[in-house]
Write a protein that binds this ligand. Sequence first.
Ligand code: FMN
Length: 221
Amino acid sequence: MRQANGILALLLAVCLSLGLAACGGEAQPSQQPEESPPAQTQPQESPSAVPSQAPEETPEAEGANILVAYFSASGNTKGVAERIAQLTGADLYEIVPAQPYTDADLDYTDPNSRSQVEGDDPDARPEIAGGVEEMEAYTTVFLGYPIWNGQAPRIISTFLESYDFSGKTIVPFCTSGSSPIGSSARNVEGLTTGATWLEGQRFAAGVSAEELQAWLDGLAL
Ligand SMILES: Cc1cc2nc3c(=O)[nH]c(=O)nc-3n(C[C@H](O)[C@H](O)[C@H](O)COP(=O)(O)O)c2cc1C
């Protein structure tokens, strides 16, 4: 048996060497098709590169259609809004009153101060300076404000009546001395039509990025 195998192997070797020698002129053309499979392996590799790129692109794509809009009279809500925008990759828009609020305006111990007079008037619509450039580009709008006497400042009503929010998701959040968000968001929901309002959340001015991230993770966005 071993002898027979040896002869077979010898015969094969002779055939191979003869075949190669005979095909000397055709060796190059016959190698070309062999080279093309390696060329095919490149396109095979690129699909596997696509999924690895996808996760990098996704956050940008998501962030591109999120807006964090906020009003802040003394900076607390501004700080929280900036952290939310940073964590979500969202655009940031400050709702700026055409007539800035003075310290006297913000005096909640004075029933005649601007903030109190506006709060007492459901039809008050303090004017906003400037506006969101392309509101139609956003699908999710985080809406931040300070609690004033348990409610959202009237300038939030101005903002909500200034744009078409239909098809968008609105995520209210607020800062306060201690009050919860309570009914403040629910009471302005009716100023929009066709929007999905998520439950609002109150944050302390110094809320950590970790706490904000945990809240964001729990949102059904
Ligand atoms: C006119 C006015 C009314 C306020 N009413 C409340 C209130 O009802 N409950 C509360 O906890 N804090 C209240 N605060 C405190 C603010 O909600 C709190 O300081 C908030 O973080 C301010 O946010 P800002 O710095 O973004 O303006 C009031 C503040 C002002 C100026």
